[in-house]
Design a binder for this molecule. Structure first.
Ligand code: DAH
Length: 355
């Protein structure tokens, strides 16, 4: 019987194609070729009308068997392909748990943070509090309240980063009249905040960043770290200042580095001094590191000017005090004989990992 043989041929061909199909697309092509609208099996079903009434049920039954068999074969092959794909991915993703692991890189605290923390410990040991101050200040706190005259050169935009004030009538103007807001050029304004916030006795230090429009070179950074200090109490003298700062320099640099107090001027202290530490490279003989002087400057200090006390509401007849500002990068450079301050900003791990 011709039709029955056709069905057998269709079934066999489909089974063999399904068995070798290597993708879902290839399987679908088999399905369309057999079961689709124009498929070989569909064509036979459509032509059933021309069969004799005896043949029809037999052919119909057989055709249905062929369809089920082809469908089952396609489904089976699909499962096989999916399994194979899964196996492929599993072996591609395989992790060799016997390989040595990659050790996580543990960083170190930055040298400047270490130095600041160490200085905090020295002063906390003498009963000082550690307080924070804002980076953006007003001209009042950065200059006026620190006794800086209105024409003090450090107020110039060449020496101070002013922060544009959008409410100013002429924000295009490039002079300081544009803004009362600035990036603090020193940590000294925190002294004023401390005096406004609390009554004496005040013993505080305040570490933090300061900003100046300087081009970075071996000795300057446009952003660096200061530790401000302020002590206000009854009966404090220059002797207390010297004892305190000598204790500090010995704690940080060791006993074999000498200090000297050089008279200087700061608007907010009177008298004022700069403190130098003997050069660690040449031991005070004079070398290139200390520019032949044998000394390296690390801080400014002085007795708080009575004007400054008064402006912040403290009675200068009753209280006196001293203040100091220490450059943390300088301290780091002097302690470790760093030839260039920029090493502290460059983020070179070969350098930083040594500390
Ligand atoms: N603010 C000064 C500066 O940045 C450093 C300084 C000097 C701070 C004397 C003080 C001080 O508190 O008494 O150059």
């Amino acid at each position: 019987m011709g039709v029955m043989e056709d069905l057998k041929a269709i079934s066999e061909e489909a089974q063999s194609k399904v068995a070798t199909a290597d993708s879902l697309a290839a399987l679908d092509a088999v399905r369309v070729a057999v079961l689709g609208k124009k498929g070989s099996l569909t064509r036979i079903l459509r032509s059933m009308g021309s069969l004799s009434p005896e043949e029809r049920p037999l052919v119909g039954k057989r055709a249905n068997e062929v369809r089920s068999a082809v469908e089952a074969a396609i489904d089976g092959r699909k499962t096989q392909l999916a399994d194979a794909e899964l196996q492929r991915r599993i072996s591609a993703d395989a992790v060799d748990v016997t390989m040595p692991g990659r050790a996580p890189h543990v960083g170190t605290q930055h040298l400047i943070s270490q130095i600041v923390e160490e200085m905090e410990q020295v002063f906390c040991g003498m009963g000082y509090d550690v307080i924070d101050g804002p980076y953006v200040e007003t001209t009042y706190y950065n200059f006026d309240a620190l006794n800086a005259p209105a024409d003090h050169p450090s107020r110039s935009p060449r020496d101070t980063f002013y922060v544009a004030d959008p409410t100013h009538p002429d924000p295009e103007r490039e002079d300081r009249a544009v803004s009362d807001l600035l990036l603090r050029t020193q940590t000294s304004p925190v002294q004023v905040h401390a005096m406004e916030a609390g009554k004496p006795p005040i013993y505080m230090i305040s570490p933090g960043r300061v900003f100046r429009p300087d081009t970075a070179d071996a000795n300057h950074l446009p952003q660096f770290t200061q530790i401000e200090g302020l002590a206000i109490d009854e009966g404090l003298t220059f002797g207390d200042l010297k004892g305190t700062l000598d204790h500090f320099t010995r704690a940080i640099f060791g006993k074999d580095r000498a200090t000297r107090y050089r008279p200087h001027f700061f608007p907010f202290t009177e008298p004022s001094a700069e403190v130098d530490v003997s050069c660690g490279v040449c031991g005070g003989e004079g070398c290139r590191f200390c520019k032949g002087t044998g000394w390296l400057e690390i801080l400014g200090c002085g007795m708080v000017d009575p004007n400054v006390l008064e402006m912040s509401g403290i009675d200068p007849e009753r209280y006196s005090g001293f203040a100091f500002g220490i450059g943390a990068e300088r301290v780091a450079a002097l302690r470790y004989d760093l030839p260039d301050l920029r090493m502290l900003m460059a983020g070179d791990m070969r350098f930083l990992a040594q500390f």
